[in-house]
Design a binder for this molecule. Structure first.
Ligand code: SF4
Length: 433
């Protein structure tokens, strides 16, 4: 135990990472509770693994686990989870054999790639535009298909074709990950790093397909943005500076060089994951609720906050790269707020502790979290009636960012959406250790 604590301290020191646990408790408790109780803007949100689950898998645990297993691997940084889920649902409906490890292990990478291209042509209106014609899966398609087959083989060979066997009798997430980590075990899975494996574990726990045990947060861009904005993760920032690339379209503009930034390396992410498992357990917080509370807050509200916006360079009408960030000092002087600004922060349950703006552009372009400046409260915020706060209004903020939302006043396909949410409640989700 002592050795573990010592190595954790060493890790934190090495990456210049410390944690403000007092603020962490305040923020995690609030967002976890609001998510669980579906308060304020959380009221109509449904997690994508529930929203996009194919109908026939609702009552078939084994096949559901297979779908989730292959679903998890493409969830790398930068991918839009809605697009990935929508794509995989369509792929499953046309090529269900791709999700059966016993069948897929005998296929070739080209056969899988053909199925992916065919699916992309239907999912994307007018066909997939990229050179590989594989839509969401275009990035490293061949490599990805090879890993898909290899992982199917390993699942059959070492785990009797059932991902649930990886979790048999584990005491916590780290023990399970040691079995699935290809760097430490020949029975591990390609592409399955801590972040992706924690996502898969969360889904499986949510469906009650595996038992509950201590879990970390799902540490992706959104979670890290929340930890930095609230100064929960006290990272060492350094000057962003120029980047090293031969592609002139990817040159980092000089206008960004002086911003303080943190580079997101695997060790940085792993350190947060390990700290969060320990912290959530010590403070008796429910990882499922906290993870969803943080993720949706960043993705829905923070994404629309003016200080987190950026101006992009464009070439022939298409976005190429981030060029300018919003100047916080101008915002503080009342300059630069758009007309009809929707002021998302008025719906935020933790506005009090939000101190810093972290836009998404530099992360998606170069994998760095750049600090744009201090957080500025909208100076022209409208007043509410006495005794009623903006943030308690149910379903108060609508975002175009995600489609897994249940709007009870929609018609047409609204029926399907209502069913999805009742399914969520039937399962009695949101529990956890
Ligand atoms: S105050 Fe605004 S930017 Fe800060 S966490 Fe809340 S919603 Fe996000």
């Amino acid at each position: 135990m002592k050795a573990l604590a010592k190595s954790r301290k060493k890790n934190l020191k090495k990456f210049g990472l410390r944690f403000d646990e007092k603020t962490a408790f305040e923020v995690f408790s609030a967002v976890g509770e609001w998510w669980r109780e579906k308060r304020g803007f959380y009221a109509k949100l449904v997690p994508p693994h529930l929203f996009y689950l194919p109908e026939e898998l609702k009552d078939d645990a084994k096949r559901r686990c297979e779908w989730l297993f292959f679903m998890a691997i493409p969830m790398r940084g930068g991918i839009n989870s809605d697009d990935a889920f929508r794509f995989m649902r369509e792929l499953f409906s046309c090529y269900p054999e791709m999700f059966d490890p016993c069948l897929v292990q005998n296929k070739t990478a080209e056969e899988l790639a053909e199925a992916v291209r065919d699916t992309a042509s239907r999912v994307h209106n007018g066909g997939s535009k990229g050179a590989k014609k594989a839509g969401t899966m275009s990035f490293k398609l061949e490599e990805h298909m090879g890993a898909w087959i290899e992982n199917a083989k390993r699942l059959v060979k070492f785990w009797r074709g059932d991902i649930r066997n990886v979790f048999k009798d584990v005491k916590d997430f780290e023990e399970a990950f040691a079995r699935a980590d290809y760097e430490r075990s020949e029975a591990g899975f390609l592409g399955m790093r801590r972040k992706i494996f924690s996502l898969l574990t969360l889904w499986l726990q949510d469906f009650r397909d595996i038992h509950q045990f201590p879990m970390p947060l799902i540490v992706d861009f959104h979670t890290i943005r929340m930890l930095l904005q609230h100064r929960i993760a006290l990272a060492s920032y350094s000057r962003l500076g120029p980047n090293d690339t031969e592609n002139p379209l990817r040159f980092r503009p000089e206008s960004l060089w002086e911003y303080p930034a943190v580079r997101l390396k695997d060790k940085f992410v792993d350190t947060i994951i390990m700290w969060s498992q320990d912290f959530l357990k010590r403070k008796k917080l429910v990882p499922y609720d906290v993870a969803h509370g943080l993720w949706y807050l960043s993705r829905t509200l923070c994404a629309s906050y003016q200080g987190n916006r950026s101006k992009d360079k464009r070439l022939e009408g298409r976005r190429t790269i981030t060029e300018f960030l919003v100047d916080a000092e101008e915002l503080a002087r009342g300059i630069g707020w758009p007309k009809n600004y929707r002021d998302p922060c008025r719906f935020c349950p933790v506005e009090r502790t939000c101190k810093v703006a972290i836009p998404s552009g530099p992360y998606f372009d170069w994998g760095v979290m750049a600090k744009a400046g201090r957080h500025v409260r909208y100076p022209f915020r409208q007043k509410r009636f006495e005794g009623v706060s903006w943030r308690t209004m149910p379903g108060s903020f609508r975002s175009s960012k995600h489609r897994h939302v249940v709007w009870t006043n929609v018609n047409g396909n609204g029926h399907e959406r209502k069913e999805e949410i009742s399914f969520q409640y039937d399962l009695g989700l949101s529990g956890g250790t």
